[in-house]
Design a protein around this ligand. Sequence first.
Ligand code: BES
Ligand code: ZN
Ligand code: ZN
Length: 483
Amino acid sequence: MKLVFNKNNQAEIFFRPVLQNEKSILSLVNKESLVRLDKEKFQGKSGQVFVSHTTEQTIVLIGTGQKTKLSVEDCRIMAGQMVNYLHKYSAKNIGLVAKDWIKVNVLDLGQALAEGLSLASYSFEKYKKKDDSKIKVNIEEVLVELNTNQRNKFRKGWSKGLILAQGTNYARDLVNEPANIMTPTFLAKQALVLGKSNKNISVKVLDKAQVKKLGMNAFLGIDQGSIEPPKFIHLIYKPQKVKDKIALVGKGVTFDAGGLNIKPFEGMRQMKNDMSGAATVLGIFSVISELKPNREVHGIIAACENMPSGTAIKPGDVVKNMQGKSIEIKHTDAEGRVTLADSLAYAQAQGIKKIVDLATLTGAIMYALGTHYAGLFSNDHKLGKELLKEAELSGEKLWLMPLAEEYRELGKSEIADISNISSTRYGGAITAALFLEEFIEAGTIWAHLDIASPAYAETPLNSYTPIGGVGFGVRTILNWLVK
Ligand code: BES
Ligand code: ZN
Ligand code: ZN
């Protein structure tokens, strides 16, 4: 997507957001359209669209509703709406005004528009027969009307937005890939490819024997029912100057059948997405060296399947993680936290004191927060606050949840150090987070994002997030890393 300034008259299709009852509405369309504007009662209400044509150009007015000013997220949403319009009307170059209707910082604006346009253009069609009759959205040029003194800032934001969207779309691809292709081996291969094509990134993939040697028997316990070999993936991004060391841990269950406590039809349907946390970590690594954060970033993924079989782990079994803590597996479908017990332990064994994990961990978080929000848990107020702020600016919905001390005893086991499920089904997202915290050592700062809801969109989450893998967290975490 090429960015061109002030050649708006050359745009095949031209978009103009209109605030509700904006005074200048009448000057935006030609005389012939004025009557129709009135007849269609276009007033700039949210969701209203008005289209007028000249021989050279299509003009689309997008109603933004009653707002005195537009937020960064409003701009991203509008960019998405423009792209969705292009499914009906094909155009290779589009124009938009960014001059007078925006009050947000022009760098943020450039970033939001680039993100909205390229995130909304995403589709996953590799398994579909090519249909030439379908209009394919392919924006080559974006013509933006903007004052000369603002262009540099806009361009800077624009480039950043394109990079963030690219990382997100890469993560979406990984999530959308079906589990017969997206095996632990395949996932590890993607990580190795990222390492090969990037001199700042090194990648280690540990096989089953190496994982066993390290004592990751919690991870291996979950894996043991599958015929797919497990892979433990460790990526390292090293900048020239290191300010900080951070581990990003992603849940990498490439298919969650539930194990012997097998899931019913409805529950198993989307379980190829149980590696979304891992996808987000790889999405971040796919573009991290273009953004050059001055932090050493470790990506850590324990990749396996959770399958029922004659070799599968059984309810009542006890396994130990690499810290030597014993876990009673009371429910084989609460597997993610068990694999994470080893991923978190491994991260800390690397001497890392700051960890953010992303995991499609519980159905309970979906009941708590609905389809759009991820839950945030943290043992560090400052880290939690930083992530909430970046999420807000990124348009990724994140909500603070409590690590409620009162519920910790619900995770006790009669025969092991801890049980992998709580004794009650209430507060399931919280008790899962408390389980993870048991593996966080003194002095480690940690945040956990339960992304079970927004990792996968059953219906579009908004104008720029279509059905399928969302790549949730890529933008928030990257924005946070470069701060
Ligand atoms: N992968 C699931 C959680 C999940 C549910 C992710 C829906 C995305 C959409 C997780 O491994 C799981 O099965 N959790 C159980 C835990 C329960 C057995 C304590 C759940 O939430 O039902
Ligand atoms: Zn499960
Ligand atoms: Zn799972």
